[in-house]
Structures are given as structure tokens and as C-alpha cells.
Design a protein around this ligand. Structure first.
Ligand SMILES: NC(=O)c1ccc[n+]([C@@H]2O[C@H](COP(=O)([O-])OP(=O)(O)OC[C@H]3O[C@@H](n4cnc5c(N)ncnc54)[C@H](OP(=O)(O)O)[C@@H]3O)[C@@H](O)[C@H]2O)c1
Length: 282
């Protein structure tokens, strides 16, 4: 059981959506929150909101895909505040596309964030957490860390990487006093869908039955993941029941996702897309 009150909690991707809501929720529960992201003004807005409500937040502008920059920021944080008790690997983005709709560079960018971002931040703080013998790491993921949906290939690979990383990390840390939890939220109505355009239409019809939640609701689930010691926490409940069904009959659920999923546009539309957007080649 991880105590939030009085803890030092680091949240990546804290400038927006789930990360911002989680940082605010952690601060209300008494944590000093370290906010990491690239956009300084958005980060400062979140920090100002927390500090105005009597909480404590400190912002660090960093691209978490840059391993060297993460090491530098981690040193700064350690010198100024010590080793975090709670790490939330939440920064992420991605486009739902078929392989031939993206470039190799775009695929690498998606692997960089969230997967390498989570690796970099964990790698920077884990030795000190292990030496201290306590700490909680939560990696925030999409249902695509488990399911297969049409037209999301490279994105799905990054999400399976993040789930594999979190599960393996948890196993490696058994008995160390540090633990890792995989947190999965269903669709959240955050600014994510403005950044990652043309992904939303690829939700399989069957997945649309699962209610969309707010960033605050996602943050509440995330705090449950922080406090407890489950390998995985899933929200909302209906999504959790689909996870159970997938565990029992994976081929049936995958097939349902496929037959109710996104269909490729006609070839002439795809060709127009490549010509207009310059996609598919580097
Ligand atoms: N929205 C959903 O339906 C949903 C569902 C399940 C899981 N998730 C996952 O939850 C996480 C957060 O999503 P969200 O919905 O809150 O999206 P969001 O509102 O777009 O927020 C993404 C956050 O990640 C940060 N970020 C992206 N690249 C970064 C980088 N290279 N370095 C540092 N920070 C970076 C962004 O900050 P800057 O731009 O300022 O750097 C932003 O704060 C993502 O991993 C997402 O895949 C989302």
C-alpha cells in the first residue's frame, strides 16, 4: 500500500489530459507533485492551479524521449527534492494507422513515446528507489496494449511493448520494496483526440459500447493503481469485463474487434492521402 500524503510524486505528460488531472488529484491527496512535459506554459498553468489550491507542484520542461535530457532532469530533481516515491509514466501519443499509412520515422516516434519515455524515466530513478527499498511505478496504457484493432499496427506494437515492460519490471522488482502496476483506461475525452487526429474513427463498433470517461475519472482509477499493489488496474468497469472475456476466449474477442473494426478506404482514396500528406515514404 503506497501512501500518497507526504509523498514526492512525478508525473510525465502532466501538461494535459490524464496527466494534468492525476497531478491535481495527487496534490489534493497531499503529494508534492513534479510535473514533466515539453510545453512550459501548459505545465506552469497546471502548477499554478495546484499551488493556488494550497498544494505543492514543481514543473520541469523536458522531452522524456531524450534519454540524456531525462538523466539531467532526474539529477536536478534528486538534488532539489530527493528521489520520488511515486513515478507515473503517462506521457504518450500515437496515430492509429495501417503500416503503409505511416513512415518508419513516425513508427519510431511512437515507440519513443510512450515506450522509451517510460524506460528512460524508470531507468533514471530506479536504482535510488531500489537502494531506498520503496517506491511505486505506474505505466499508463491504452486497451491496445492487449487487443488487436484494425488499422492501428505500429501504435499497437508500442502499447504491447509498454505492457511487456511493466509486467517484466514488476516481476524483476518482486521483494525489492518497489513495485510496478500497469494502468489501462478506456476512451478518455482528453485533448489526445485533437493531437492524434483521425484515430477516433478507428474504434471498432463493439469497443464504442464502453463508456467514454473524463480525465478526472481516469485519474481516480490511476490513484487506485498507485495505492494498491495490483499488477493491472483497468477502468471503466465495463472495459475490465472485456479484459476478462479476452483472457478466457482471446480469439473470439479479437475476431469481434476485427469484424466490427475499421475498414481500409478504397485504393484511390489511399493514393490521394499519400499524395496530399506525403505519407508512406521518407
Ligand atoms: N485519451 C485516451 O482515450 C487514452 C486512453 C487510454 C490511455 N491513454 C494514454 O494516456 C496517456 C495520456 O493521454 P491523454 O489522453 O492525457 O493525452 P494528452 O492530453 O494528449 O496528453 C499527453 C501528454 O503527454 C505529453 N507528452 C507527449 N510527448 C511527450 C514527450 N516527448 N516528452 C514529454 N511529454 C510528452 C504531453 O505534453 P507536451 O505536449 O507538453 O510535451 C501531454 O502532457 C497517453 O499515453 C495515452 O496514450 C489515453
Amino acid at each position: 500500500m503506497t501512501q500518497i500524503d507526504g509523498s514526492l510524486a512525478l508525473v510525465t505528460g502532466a501538461s494535459s489530459g490524464i496527466g494534468a488531472a492525476t497531478a491535481k488529484a495527487l496534490a489534493i491527496q497531499g503529494a508534492h507533485v513534479l510535473l514533466l512535459a515539453r510545453r512550459e506554459s501548459a505545465l506552469q498553468d497546471v502548477a499554478a492551479h495546484i499551488n493556488a489550491k494550497g498544494g505543492k507542484a514543481t514543473a520541469y520542461v523536458v522531452d522524456v524521449t531524450d534519454a540524456g535530457a531525462v538523466v539531467k532532469t532526474a539529477q536536478e530533481i534528486t538534488d532539489q527534492h530527493g528521489t520520488p516515491d511515486i513515478l507515473i509514466n503517462n506521457a504518450g501519443f500515437g496515430k492509429w494507422r495501417f503500416v503503409d499509412e505511416i513512415t518508419p520515422g513516425e513508427a519510431a516516434d511512437m515507440m519513443a513515446c510512450p515506450y522509451f519515455a517510460a524506460f528512460n524515466v524508470t531507468h533514471a530513478f530506479l536504482p535510488a528507489m531500489m537502494e531506498r527499498g520503496s517506491g511505486k511505478i505506474v505505466c499508463v496504457n491504452s486497451p491496445l496494449g492487449r487487443f488487436i484493432w484494425p488499422g492501428t499496427t505500429a501504435y499497437t506494437a508500442t502499447r504491447w511493448a509498454l505492457r511487456g515492460f511493466t509486467y517484466a519490471l514488476r516481476a524483476d522488482l518482486a521483494g525489492s520494496g518497489v513495485s510496478a502496476t500497469h494502468y489501462v483506461a478506456g476512451k478518455v475525452n482528453s485533448p489526445y483526440w485533437q493531437t492524434n487526429t483521425a484515430s477516433e474513427e478507428r474504434f471498432p463498433l463493439i469497443a464504442r459500447l464502453i463508456p467514454t470517461i473524463t480525465p478526472d475519472a481516469a485519474a481516480r482509477g490511476l490513484l487506485r493503481a498507485v495505492r494498491g499493489d495490483a499488477r493491472e488496474v483497468v477502468t471503466p468497469f465495463l472495459l475490465k469485463t472485456v479484459f476478462w472475456q479476452h483472457a478466457l476466449v482471446p480469439y473470439v474477442v479479437d475476431r469481434l474487434m476485427r469484424v466490427t473494426g475499421y475498414r481500409r478506404p478504397a485504393m484511390e482514396h489511399r493514393n490521394a492521402y499519400h499524395q496530399e500528406e506525403g505519407h508512406g515514404a521518407e
